[in-house]
Design a protein around this ligand. Structure first.
Ligand code: CDP
Length: 783
């Protein structure tokens, strides 16, 4: 049951979501709902080829078509020095192609017309003369000397974007040389796409009289976008007003700046009227930034009794035509080096090669803290390979190797300092709740009858909350976050944050933090995000960073308000400040609990009766630079049954026990876990974006790139342990991405466990029924 929003002390309680009355009644205001007078519509012309030289573009027929006001090509943009723009990874990307295209669906021209239909019709009339070039689809081939160099605009003549390492090579090699047991597994994390319900889009509105650009955009990071737009366009930053209205899901897809945004802005600047660009589903999947696409090889060195010693990982990462990874600057492979996971390895060595191919740019942190999903999947999969090789129970293997709770703060062999955790407690709770022993007995009975039942475990560790400014920046912008709180005379609060939610419930949870700190109710606090003219500067919402960063800022900002409020309370209570005590809902006089004033009394006095020498008003800002990341973790268990005739996998049960430290709102955390598990389920069983040898995208829509419906989705069971973060102001860690990070391995481990009597040690995702059916058939189980 949801708690009423008028209750005091709301932290940790299932307060009903403040945003729901608007969002579930269809009253959200999304970018495509914005209609401005004289607004025009933009359509992007895209390349049918994955690699081709552009000989000529003829726009004359399109320009003569009804309603058409403007056609933009790369040449037009080049004259304004806008044909290329920087990516978040420090690479550069074509806005509109000038001389060649590097992936199918790449932006080649833009048409602006009175209606969207007119723009789309005219786009068909643009004639582009292409000369096809040899296509590079396979990232391993891209690294060979025979492969054509794709980025001839770069100084370095190679398809290798970067080589990145973490850990200690010598120590790791030495342990591997001596180790009694070594397992090795190739594992691919397929190319997937965040595919939010609302695709990307914008309305650019340049007011020529005020020289001000108002830019409505589907953005997870409005401030960073404004800075990038100012740098790219040369417009003064304070004359750019970015508004990210309601956002229908982001999942990392709405972190980058896309060519359509730049084209809409240029069109509005040229025409002096608002220009809207809303992409189609196919444009979203086939041209905006993808996620994952990691080809990984992991080896574990261990003792015969299962104690792990060292980990070695080599990865080829397909980044597509432009390096569009939304990673912090110092981490070209994101936070992938968290790959030693929840286990106490003596040494580890991790290598990643980023590679260009003729595919769309990426990869973004799809519900993931910068490549953590790939890392968690890999280690959880390979731990199971080790368990199978040693004929050990996978739960037992994990319990034997966990970082113990007394080892925190724990320094991992790749240099991360984990803040807190009690992995054994979390796994034991999961085993007990699902009745693991009983399930293993049932499995043995079913196996004896020739049935295929599997149990899969994943005990992952995450790393979220980028981040400490000393280590984390994007394009030089330090990754702090911020809050600004203004308490009005009647005790009602408007709080603005530097992050921007896309459905995660910030309007409720951040109101809970502030209400708790100020002795108010959630109803008293209005949260605003996403408007750069009003909100304090912040780096945005992705990678489960909002709670660890802006959540900390909100608590500390409220405490700053309370400090001033205490002075006013002392004045009202006619005592010295040291005699005032705060009990969570009111200030009272030490030893005289009957004499008290509430925050509302203080707020009124802040505007009507301040003590002499004190500034009137009651507001504060806080820019919070966290001292470390937070390390949420969990123990997930999947139980599956395989249909022998079709290879279909039925997820019979799935239990997620999460530990995200102090919980702000248990109902919202459960909702986050349900959503993330559904996405993890989709990745494990349904999703991949394949390309043919010519670079044609074979899954550019929801017919081929599957998104689970409520009918496909299993029932989720949840529970939690609470190990607060020692450095976060309220002990909270992020949670939004944990279920997406932790669950794919549980699903795959369960399927492999089911098929293990046939000698199966690994299956790459997505586990389509035909893959399972082929295995069953190869072993004579089915015809
Ligand atoms: O950055 P993002 O909002 O996507 O992720 P998050 O920080 O993990 O938060 C997701 C939602 O869960 C937010 O509404 C948080 O305030 C809420 N949450 C919570 O109630 N308790 C936690 N310990 C962590 C997150």
């Amino acid at each position: 049951m949801a708690l009423r929003q008028t209750e005091l002390r709301p932290l940790g309680k299932p307060v009903g979501r403040k945003e729901d009355p608007r969002l579930i009644r269809g009253k959200g205001r999304y970018v495509d709902d914005i209609m401005l007078p004289n607004m025009l519509h933009l359509c992007v012309v895209r390349s049918p080829y994955a690699h081709a030289r552009i000989r000529r573009i003829d726009a004359s027929a399109a320009l003569a078509a009804p309603g058409v006001k403007l056609v933009l090509t790369g040449e037009d943009l080049a004259k304004m020095n806008l044909a290329w723009m920087p990516t978040l990874a420090g690479d550069r990307q074509m806005v509109l192609a000038t001389d060649k295209v590097l992936f199918q669906y790449q932006e080649v021209a833009a048409v602006v017309a009175e209606t969207r239909a007119q723009a789309e019709d005219a786009a068909q009339l643009i004639e582009v003369d292409y000369e096809p070039l040899p296509v590079v689809v396979d990232p391993f081939y891209a690294l060979t000397p025979e492969a054509p160099i794709l980025r001839d605009d770069k100084e370095k003549k190679s398809n290798l974007i970067f080589h990145w390492e973490a850990g200690d090579r010598e120590e790791t090699e030495a342990i591997f040389r001596e180790a009694p047991v070594v397992v090795k597994q190739d594992v691919r994390f397929p190319r997937v796409h965040p595919s939010p319900l609302e695709p990307c889009g914008c309305v650019a509105d340049y007011d020529t009289a005020r020289s001000k650009l108002t830019f409505y955009v589907t953005s997870q990071a409005p401030h960073a976008h404004r800075t990038v737009l100012a740098l790219v366009s040369g417009l003064p930053e304070h004359q750019i007003h970015v508004i990210s209205p309601d956002v229908g899901g982001g999942f990392g897809n709405k972190v980058p700046v896309y060519p359509g945004y730049v084209c809409a802005i240029v069109a509005s600047l040229k025409l002096g009227v608002p220009v809207k660009w809303i992409e189609t589903r196919t444009e979203n999947i086939a041209s905006t930034h993808f996620a994952r696409d990691y080809h990984m090889t992991a080896e574990i060195a261990a003792r015969e009794d299962g104690k792990v010693l060292a980990l070695r990982v080599k990865t080829v990462a397909d980044h597509g035509a432009f390096d569009g990874a939304a990673d912090p600057s110092k981490f070209p492979a994101g936070l992938f080096s968290i790959v030693s996971g929840s286990y106490d390895f003596k040494a580890a060595f991790v290598e990643v090669d980023g590679v260009h191919t003729n595919k769309p740019p990426g990869g973004v942190a799809y519900r993931c803290s910068f490549r953590v999903t790939e890392a968690a999947y890999l280690i959880e999969r390979v731990m199971d390979v080790l368990a199978q090789r040693l004929k050990m129970d996978p739960a037992e293997l994990r319990l034997r190797n966990f970082i113990r709770k007394e080892q925190f703060p724990y320094r991992s062999p790749t240099g991360w300092v984990y803040d807190s955790g009690d992995y054994e407690k979390t796994l034991r709770l999961a085993l007990e709740r699902i009745d693991y022993e009983e399930l293993r007995k049932e499995q043995a009975e079913r196996r004896a009858r020739g049935e295929f039942m599997g149990i899969g475990i994943s005990t992952f560790t995450e790393v979220v909350g980028a981040g400490p400014g000393h280590t984390f920046d994007i394009l030089g912008l330090k990754m702090f976050d911020s809050a600004q709180i203004r308490v009005h005379p009647t005790g009602k609060v408007i709080a603005r944050l530097g992050v921007r939610h896309q459905g995660q419930g910030h309007e409720t949870t951040f109101a809970q933090i502030i209400a708790e700190e100020l002795g108010l109710s959630v109803d008293d606090v209005l949260i605003e995000e996403g408007d750069t003219d009003t909100a304090p500067y912040g780096l945005g919402t992705y990678a489960s960073r909002s709670t660890p960063t802006a959540g900390g800022a909100a608590a500390l900002c409220a405490r700053r308000i309370r400090q001033k409020a205490r002075k006013i309370a002392a004045h009202l209570l006619e005592v010295g400040e040291d005699d005032v005590v705060w009990d969570g809902t009111a200030f009272s006089v030490q030893g005289l609990p009957g004499r008290s004033v509430t925050m509302k009394d203080v707020a009124f006095a802040a505007y009507t009766n301040v003590p002499e020498g004190l500034e009137p008003g009651l507001e504060a800002s806080y820019y919070y630079d966290p001292p470390n990341l937070t390390f949420p973790n969990g123990a997930y268990i999947a139980v599956v049954d395989i249909d022998k005739g079709t290879g279909a996998v039925k997820v019979r049960r799935f239990l997620a026990v999460d530990d995200c430290g102090t919980v702000i709102n248990p109902m919202i955390v459960d909702g986050q876990v349900h959503g993330g598990l559904t996405e993890g389920f989709a990745i494990a069983f349904m999703q991949d974006i394949p390309y043919d040898a010519d670079g044609n995208c074979l899954a550019p829509n929801w017919m081929d790139y599957l998104v689970p419906t409520s009918l496909d989705t299993p029932h989720w069971e949840t529970d939690r342990t609470v190990t607060p973060s020692p450095h976060h102001p309220i002990g909270a860690k992020g949670v939004g991405e944990s279920p997406n990070v932790g669950s794919p391995a549980a699903f795959v481990n369960a399927v492999v466990d089911a098929l293990s009597p046939l000698g199966v040690e690994h299956i790459d995702m997505p586990i389509y029924p035909w893959k399972v059916w082929s295995i069953l058939r190869a072993h004579g189980v089915t015809e």
